[in-house]
Design a protein around this ligand. Structure first.
Ligand code: PMV
Length: 311
């Protein structure tokens, strides 16, 4: 039996929309940092007859991982026996905390070890991307960029921009619900691509912000990072809200946490917020403000938990 683990990540520059559905090629580049306190552990072993996937002790009925394994064997020609996969995470899944990112990344790392593939990070990230695009950014830790210039499988891979330890920013996560989301991110982003009048402007602007953010991370410039992340978050939100019918992943507590963070910003605290396709709020801050940010989030009515996910 082989085991591997991976952390989910939070995109500071988001991707929302694909340019190729089957290959899961994002329509814009993205840049993330890891959520180190959250982890998915995955073990695999060779099965007798067919793939068997057990997630948190339950057989996976969605078929998502089994389909991905078929793609690896079929389209990519990987010589892989049937597998028994067992995976579990220490954080709420399917509610916007990117369990698919850490799940596909951990499984990719386990397969790499089982089959002695010895793949480098870009190759690992491409395999994980075929399961879930954000998983490409979870095959390693650090500030990770997922980018590609052409619309091909090989062009789109992840690269490390900076080690996390070189800029150990804090991230406090406000858990605002334990309910699984009603619209998956895959369905939501296709709806946005097909119906939102703001979609094309989002694609152009987000690429510009991505390039700025790579520079901000390399220079460890918190203000520049906060400003680009704000643009990307509100850009994605505009596209979600202008989709037909509109997409809403937030609840009242999400909005209350955002308000609390805006108040901290008005007081000069170096913190910014971002959310994904779910109600939780990820609050990124300079490390010395961890206790203050956590206490403020904890005091917001309706917040179920405030978890320091980094460092
Ligand atoms: O690839 P998915 O299905 O995990 O989609 C991720 C979408 C966002 O989390 C909203 C943005 C991102 O870049 O992670």
């Amino acid at each position: 039996m082989i085991s591997a683990s991976a952390h989910p990540n939070v995109a500071l520059i988001k991707y929302w929309g694909k340019s190729h559905d089957a290959l899961r090629i994002p329509a814009t580049p993205s840049l993330s940092m890891p959520l180190l306190a959250f982890r998915t552990e995955t073990s695999i072993e060779v099965a007798r007859k067919r793939d068997e996937v057990i997630l948190s002790g339950q057989e996976d009925k969605s078929g998502r991982i089994a389909n991905w394994l078929r793609t690896l064997r079929g389209d990519l020609g990987l010589d892989m026996p049937p597998l028994t996969v067992r995976s579990s995470s220490n954080f709420p899944s399917a509610a916007g905390l990117a369990s698919s990112a850490s799940g596909f990344a951990a499984l990719t790392l386990a397969i790499n070890a089982l089959l002695d593939l010895d793949l480098d990070m870009p190759s690992l990230s491409r395999l994980a991307r075929l399961g879930s695009a954000s998983a490409a950014r979870s095959v390693s830790t650090g500030f990770i960029a997922l980018d590609g210039r052409e619309n091909t499988h090989t062009a789109w891979s992840a690269q490390k921009v900076l080690d996390y330890d070189a800029w150990p920013l804090g991230v406090c996560v406000a858990i605002c619900s334990h309910t699984p989301k009603a619209v998956s991110s895959a369905a939501g982003m296709n709806r946005s691509r097909d119906t939102s009048p703001a979609y094309n402007a989002w694609l152009t602007g987000n690429r510009q912000m991505f390039e700025r953010t790579v520079n901000a991370v390399t220079a460890r410039d918190f203000e520049a990072l906060a400003s680009a992340a704000r643009w990307s978050f509100f850009g994605m939100l505009t596209v979600m809200q202008s989709s037909v019918p509109p997409l809403n992943y937030f609840n009242e507590s999400t909005c209350a946490v955002i308000q609390a963070i805006k108040t901290l910003q008005d007081q000069g605290v170096p913190v910014f917020f971002t959310c994904d396709a779910g109600p939780h709020v990820k609050c990124v801050h300079l490390p010395e403000y961890a206790a203050l940010v956590e206490a403020r989030i904890r005091a917001v009515p309706g917040v179920l938990e405030a978890i320091q996910a980094c460092p």
